[in-house]
Write a protein that binds this ligand. Sequence first.
Ligand code: PEP
Ligand code: MN
Length: 285
Amino acid sequence: MDTPRGAQDRPYRLARRDAVPTGTVVSVGDVRIGGAEVVVMAGPCAVETAEQTRAAARAVRAAGVRILRGGVFKPRTSPYSFQGLGPEGLEILSAAARAEGLAVVTEVLSPADAPLVARHADILQIGSRSMANTALLVAAAATGKPILLKRGMAATLEELLMAAEYILAAGNPGVILCERGIRTFERATRNTLDVTAVPALKALTHLPVIVDPSHATGDRRLVPPAALAAVAAGADGLLVEVHPRPEEALCDGAQALTPADFGQLLARARAVAQAVGRSLPSHAD
Ligand code: PEP
Ligand code: MN
């Protein structure tokens, strides 16, 4: 008799839905990712200066955000592009976050840097280009910090879940999955947002799923509709690039929202969240 292709056949044992039937909630301070609230993480693509990072932190906090993003180790396509400030950037980022009472998510590019990044960050990001770097997955997992795992730009959901499995199997249960657009034949957008990945992943795994509408679209005019679609599809959170002066950004300026546009997006996202039975609190003082 043929075996149905059921959950018991799936190669990811720890990530599969029925391993944690109630769903995993990843806690960062008092922020719960995977609970009833849609959690927004926002900030610049890259940490450029202390002033720029402080301004971004102030802006996202004013919009109600509690987790600041900012890259200091940047996985750039060109070796001639700005590569990030490295360790000095970690100091700038964590100081800006502390000043505003925010948590930090930042990318780790190399296994050797994982302990250093973990000293400054509350969540370690594994970028799209690194999803299949198993040594990095294991090193990041070993820090014990929650891991924001981005889908490889040409990875299937099963491959994403197998990457998550490396982190879970290393004894770290705090994995947040992130859909950030995949490579298709389409050139009008930077990537193609696979919005269906959200409900599909929700059916396959207990892990929280967030969406990055910035890298998915590459164009600030497309970021708000993509973000709203993600919330409508059931995303547990958003990762959004916001820059105090996008025209001066050293990295990904075309997709960076201004603080004003970001504030407007969150107001609309709040309404969409409510329409689908979630909330997106403003956390305003
Ligand atoms: C990022 O979020 O800074 C980034 C580089 O994104 P991705 O890995 O999705 O390209
Ligand atoms: Mn970017």
